[in-house]
Structures are given as C-alpha cells and as structure tokens.
Write a protein that binds this ligand. Structure first.
Ligand SMILES: [Cu+2]
Length: 422
C-alpha cells in the first residue's frame, strides 16, 4: 500500500470530517459552516489526526415534540449504532436470504413469484457523523431503508406496520396498476396511524432501479427524516427476448444479434442468473440531513454517514482497522462494477455523482438495456431520480480513486468517497 498517498487521503477525510463535526455543535446553518471553512483553513488542520468530537445530538435539543425522547445520545467518538454503510452497499433483500431486521420469504402464488417483506416505520436515531445523531424516522430502523430486490413480473408483498408516533405510508416508484396500492394519503388505506398495518402489493415493473418512500404530508419532512429506500427490479431475460423493443431507447431495427445482446445484458442484471456474480453490485443512496431543521441540509452522504467511504486509519500493515467503518470501497480491478444510484435528497433540487480518472456508462432509471449516457464522468439526478452506473477499472493502476458529488459544497459536507482499486 503506497502509504504516503493513503496518508494524504486520510488527512483530507479527517480534516473535512473534523470541520463538519465541529460545525454541528450548535444550531448553525450550512452557510455558516462553509463560511467557516473559508477562514478556518489553518484552524481546520488542528483537527488533523486529533481526537474526534464528543457526542453531540444534532437536532436533539430542537423544540419539537418528537425530539423530547432523544435528548441524550451518549455516543462518544466512534460510530455506535449497528448500521454499517459498507454492509448496506451489498445488502440486497430478495425474499430468500435472511436479514435480521427484514423478515422475508418467497413463494409461488397464481403462477407468480411472490417476494414478501415485513417493513415497519419507527422513530429512532441514526449516526450521520462520528458522535452526531439525527432524530430519524426509519423503515426497519435504518436509513436508507432496506433495499428490496425482485425480478420483473414478480409480486412484491409488503406487510407494513407503523410503529412511529407519526402517520406514514410506503409509496413505490413502480408501474402500479391499482391506485389502492400507491401509498398516498388520498388512496386505499391512506396514511397509517400509529399501530396500524396494511399489506401493499406491487407488481415488480418496469425493470430498473427505483425508489420507495413515505408519502405523508408534509412530504419533504417525511422524506428527509429518513423514510426512503431502493427497489431494484431485475429484467426478465425471457420477456426481453419476447419484446426487446421495450428495453431500448433507439428507433433502429432490433436485429437477432442485437436482441441476443439485450438478452445477455438482462441476464447479467438478473440476480437469479448464476453469472450475475461476475459483476460487483452496490447500492448508493445519496442523502442529506437537515440537522437544525431550517429547511437546508447541513450534512450530505451516500448511505447516511458523512465520509463513510473516505479514507480512515490502517493498522500500519495496509489493512483497515477492524472497527473502522470509514474506509474506501475496495474493488477488484478485474471485476466490473455496477452501482445502483438513487437520489433521496430533500431541499436541494439536484445531486450528482462524479468519478476521478474514470468514465462510466449510465442507464437513467435503469429501465433500458442500452445506456442513456455513454462515457461520462458526471451525472446529475433530480430528487427521486436514479440510475445504474457501470464502471471498469481493469486498466487502472491500483490505488485510491476519488468519487464525489460535483456540488463542491456537498462533497465538503460529507459526500466525498474513494474507490480503492486492488
Ligand atoms: Cu412518513
């Protein structure tokens, strides 16, 4: 491991993280945070390699009823809760594998595969930076909520129970043929009050990467508090063979060869096809946190924790320290990378994903089997937009490659990450 380079990357991460944590002590606006960055160039370096800030409860002293129970968080220094942003990257709930906070099973019914999940909405706290807790509303106690994954045409059955003190729903961004199942206040069961349950049933369509979120009002509050997650719908190779035109965004003829290519791509995206494991797949939900409830985000992240994929400490032998959740996303240069990217940000109209020293193909919404952006190093997503990013590092030298939001402000406030190519 080239230690100098890693040391410098760790310094950048530590400096930005220290500034962010220090800034969250009181009710500051993000403008103040950034203004502070400008004059605190040398002051920021004081934090380099130093201890982390003690526990602070972002929003915890805010005068809102539902914060009253969360006054004292007790976390000092290291991350304390069980959520691991690295584990989240590859935690796909397909209905088959057990996941302790997502009871799930799969079975056949009326000629369809049913993937059934039990989701709850709860009030909890999530750690968004070391020692910084955010009073969240969360599906199954985690932000983002569990990633649900199905195959095109399956039935996704979600037994939803609201254990939160506020009324919630689950609204899926799917092609939903029954308005009762849309998860909005005006349809079907409407909002579910504390203790109420409802079973949502959604056909998994169209193929792509999608979003689910609470649709209670005020919407922006219910979303930014943490009630969102990703739904991945894998394309069905048989359907692609039958109707290839549905999966392309061009008007030319679909030749037999082209159709075979589309089927092959569908197979590579489908988790039930064994060859699927030849691609390393990750889920990245871009989010932000308004810690002082002023309608503006103070912290930005991918998968909730600011700088989770920054560069942390090693044991001196090139291994990341075992308790350290802050580390780059390690990727094998021989294995193609696929990122299911979802923008769950509130308050900021757009977010973005930018790679250093790398270009990628992008599939907007993941609904086509032909890329919608070819060879780009930046994509933007508006609120709720999502897509599939495909990266190939096979020609790159091993080392650290940064990726981040190209809104520099977001990057400095948490949305800055590295791939470690090995
Ligand atoms: Cu809600």
């Amino acid at each position: 491991m080239p230690s100098m380079e890693y040391g410098r990357a760790a310094s950048v991460t530590e400096t930005l993280e220290s500034r962010l944590v220090d800034s969250l002590g009181g009710s500051v606006s993000r403008r103040a945070v950034l203004g502070g960055l400008g004059v605190a160039g040398s002051a920021g370096l004081v934090g380099l390699g130093g201890g982390r800030a003690g526990a602070q409860s972002a929003g915890g002293d805010h005068e809102e009823d539902d914060h009253a129970d969360h006054g004292n968080f007790g976390a000092v220094g290291e991350f304390s809760d069980a959520f691991d942003p690295h584990d989240f990257l590859t935690r796909f709930n397909t209905g088959r594998e057990g996941s302790e906070n997502v009871p799930q099973h799969t079975y056949e019914e009326d000629g369809r595969t049913v993937r059934e999940f039990e989701l709850t909405a709860v009030d909890t706290t999530v750690e968004i930076a070391p020692g910084i807790e955010f009073a969240a509303w969360a599906y199954n106690g985690q932000v983002p909520g569990p990633t649900l994954r199905a195959v095109e045409g399956d039935l996704i059955r979600v037994q939803f129970t609201n254990l939160s003190r506020h009324a919630h729903t689950i609204h899926p961004h799917l092609r939903n043929l029954n308005p009762r199942m849309d998860g909005i206040p005006q349809n079907g069961p409407g909002v579910l009050d504390t203790g109420e349950s409802f079973t949502y049933e959604w056909i998994a369509q169209p193929a792509g990467v999608h979003l689910y979120h609470c649709h209670s009002l005020p919407l922006k509050e219910h979303i930014h508090r943490g009630l969102y997650g990703a739904i991945i719908v894998d394309p069905d190779p048989d359907r692609v063979r039958e109707n290839p035109r549905r999966y392309v965004n061009s008007h030319g003829p679909v030749t037999d060869d082209f159709r075979d290519e589309l089927v092959e791509r569908a197979r590579s995206l489908n988790h039930t096809v064994p060859e699927n494991s030849a691609v390393n797949e990750t889920v990245m939900v871009m989010n932000g946190f308004d810690t002082n409830f002023d309608g503006d985000n103070e912290v930005y992240a991918v998968n909730t924790r600011a700088f989770a994929y920054g560069v942390g400490s090693t044991d001196g032998k090139g291994n990341w320290e075992s308790s350290e959740t802050k580390r780059p996303i390690q990727i094998d240069r021989e294995v193609p990378q696929r990122v299911y990217l979802v923008n769950a940000i509130e308050f900021d109209p757009i977010n973005s994903f930018h790679t250093h020293s790398q270009f990628f193909d992008y599939y907007d919404h993941g609904t086509t089997l032909v890329s919608t952006h070819k060879t780009v190093d930046t994509v933007m997503q508006c609120q709720a937009q999502r897509g599939i990013i495909e990266l190939d590092y096979s020609n790159h030298e091993p080392g650290l490659y940064m990726f981040h939001a190209h809104q520099s402000e977001f990057a400095e406030l948490g949305w800055m990450s590295f791939f470690e190519v090995v």
